[in-house]
Design a protein around this ligand. Sequence first.
Ligand code: GLP
Length: 261
Amino acid sequence: MEVIIRPTAEDACRLSARLIADRLRAQPRTVLGLATGRTMERVYEHLAAAHAFEGLDFSLAVTFNLDEYLGLGPRDPRSYRWYMNTHLFSKVNIDPRNTYLPDGLARDVDAECARYEELMREMGGIDLQLLGMGRTGHIGFNEPLSAMRSRTRAKALSETTLEQNAELFGGVANVPRRAITMGVGTILDSRRCLLLVTGEDKAWVLAKAVEGPVTSMISATALQLHPECRVIVDEEAAQLLENRDYYRWIFDNEPEWERYR
Ligand code: GLP
């Protein structure tokens, strides 16, 4: 794991977008794993700007999203499909046929999950997985007790997550109780991971995710097992990390970060 601390959320989002853009330039047929949530909106704005002003090319890119609410179809403005179309896909030159999300209206949920896993395999696996983190420390919708080796499946959302997302649904009672999500094992199979976390309300759980013991109660701790995981955070989220001076030194001194400084 490599933890990179940037002064503000804007800096953290910009750096994350640059790392994604650089991967896409190095490997135009990249298979990207994508995430949703408020934190990611700014990252997608930067990627859309890189497409508009620097010619960043998405024409060969393939994307798989982490998750989708069960019961919501693609035309529902609260679905993650709608979110992705709005924030990214409609703003870049990606072929919509190369953008995949789990089908929230699938009648046979188990079959849909198996199909999603199979598709990722067929496309060669995820090259770079972008991740946010919920307040329970979940990645995707891998709520507490998600097995370290879990694959794509339906998962019930915890009370904390329902509350966190209530605003977008006009109250807790309207938030879907279940979602299809890539499993922790699915995420760990990606070649590279980028976890982006900002804001002081996540400082406590971020410290546990990065410096705490690996536990299925906090699925982000599983990323400690990933061979190439970068964690990009702002100072607010980093404030409870014990080794933050060491992490700051890495960004300021390691040659691989030189062109991002
Ligand atoms: C949802 C998504 C997660 C995301 C999290 C954080 O729960 N399923 O993938 O990381 O929200 O969202 P936000 O960035 O809005 O805090």
